[in-house]
Design a protein around this ligand. Structure first.
Ligand code: NI
Length: 172
């Protein structure tokens, strides 16, 4: 196993609703490993199983600077949303693009870990954005559906970032 092929906007699998995971299997465990490998290789901060062509409710994320804080969410459910943030968002399934998206500033989510044990997670800022973006993928929703500004090329973002020293766009 290893890197998986990332499906791109236009592939209809991205528009389907993913199914809950009932039990962990060696096959799903290998999928999770491959999803992390694929996400890190693409320098993304999150990846949902439908993006690699598997309609299961599995998400991997890592929003840490050191790229050493992996989070797996199986069957995630957002319990609470609070506040508002608007910022640039990208997606590994929409390469080279980004757009402004309005999201909740803070979310609380419950999910199962890879041992199928329940946990709750609270996230703010980028983590909150990532949780919302990835759980949307499980419903067949892409950020281009909910964006609040035009779809831009990442080259434009770099110019913008140079101007005001703002952060770069992360693929999810
Ligand atoms: Ni995405």
């Amino acid at each position: 196993m290893g890197l998986r092929n990332v499906r791109e906007l236009g592939d209809e699998i991205l528009r389907k609703k993913s199914k809950p995971v009932k039990e962990m299997t060696p096959r799903l465990s290998a999928l999770i490993d491959d999803m992390f490998e694929t996400m890190y290789a693409a320098e993304g901060v999150g990846l949902a199983a439908p993006q690699v062509g598997v309609l299961k409710r599995i998400v991997v994320m890592d929003v840490s600077e050191g790229r050493d804080e992996p989070i797996v969410m199986i069957n995630p459910e957002i319990l609470e949303m609070e506040g508002e943030q608007t910022g640039p968002e990208g997606c590994l399934s929409v390469p080279g693009k980004h757009a402004e998206v309005k999201r909740a500033q803070k979310v609380k989510v419950k999910a199962l870990d890879r041992e199928m044990q329940p946990f709750e997670l609270e996230g703010e800022n980028l983590l909150a954005r990532c949780i919302q973006h990835e759980t949307d993928h499980l419903e067949g929703i892409m950020y281009v559906d909910v964006k609040t500004g035009p779809l831009l090329d990442n080259a434009e973002e770099e110019e913008y970032a140079e101007e005001d020293g703002n952060g770069e766009t992360s693929g999810e």
